[in-house]
Design a protein around this ligand. Sequence first.
Ligand code: PMP
Length: 416
Amino acid sequence: PSLPSLPTAPSAPSAPLDVLGVPGEINLDYAASAPCARAAADAVAELLPWYASVHRGAGALSRRCTLAYEQARQTIGDFFGARADDHVIFTRNTTDALNLLARAVPAGTTVVTNSSEHHANLLPWPRGSVRLPVPSDPDGAVRDLAAALTELRRGSSPALPVLVAVTGASNVTGERWPVAELARVAHRHGARIVLDAAQLAPHAPVDLLALDVDYLAVSGHKLYAPFGTGVLIGRADWLDAAPPYLAGGGATSHVGPATHDVTWATGPARHEGGTPNLLGAVALAAVCKALDEADRGLLAAHEQDLLDRLRAGLAALPHVVELRTFGPDAPRVGIVSFVVAGWDSTEVATRLAAEHHIGVRDGLFCAHPLARRLLGEAAARTGRRDLPPTALRVSIGLGSTAAQVDRLLAALAELG
Ligand code: PMP
């Protein structure tokens, strides 16, 4: 199928948001790990000569590193709209951030989540968590949550805490969840809400205050920074009352001779035991700053054009079936999953890499309940019996181009 050509000039990202890559290799797997932005690489290169311990030394290098680490915390907190009483805690990634929160919720907390979540937002929660069924549209998600919270409140003491855990955008379908509405429902029922922003933050501004969510978790490596840094941001009270997530150096203010003689630090340090990942923090802060200074509307419009082109191209291929939860027109970020009828998905991914230098993801995307359900739904919707048991995922972002999308579509067309 022939596709219209897109204007590219006005939407070319500015230099700090150029991404690093390898000529000839087409990366369409941003949702797993996005390429590194120039801003992040530059920030790391600038700090490397100063490499010294954080929070542990009196030397000039060490003091500069400590300052850089704390400035990064401030920049990242500001970028995500952290409130005065929020902590910004550095973690390794989103999984780590959600596990930290799971250990910090008060005893007796019921966590309400949805079967459509990534495993990182399903598995850390305590026993007795409620897992709602996959809704058929965003309004359904809001209705189901309201009904579940009403039921929970009827059956349990109103004093027991409830935490709603929800994604901003699905890592399988890219579909956006109605976060602000879900937050309103949660708060109306006296519950708190945590946002898994791993897939939303790379594509759209995410602001704790504006969305009125209590906690937010993100991964640096999906946000154009290198691996190894994430953050949990949110209400300080639960975090200050919880046992330290990583007990060790830096997490204490006093340790005496007896085993029980420990005073744990308050604030972010309580959960950040051990020498921190300074370069990761600084790199992530540099990306946040660059995104803050960019015209995000322009970036989003460019991405939406590419996404429309990709989805229109896939829809025109009779052997390709898109996976979706909410229907074709639901708002979504630059992620699309699909199957190629009659083809094993790993085989397709391997061919795309070997023959076309195109990198995509195949499998069930660490969201087994959702992916399996959508594969079943795709078979039912199309009546096809030749759909494979796993899927392919294409995801785009900064630096993605119409030519890359067209190369993918041409390669998939050959499989028809
Ligand atoms: N949540 C979502 C929605 C994700 O897509 C991912 C990563 N695929 C995670 C959480 C976990 O992120 P990480 O592997 O960086 O911990």
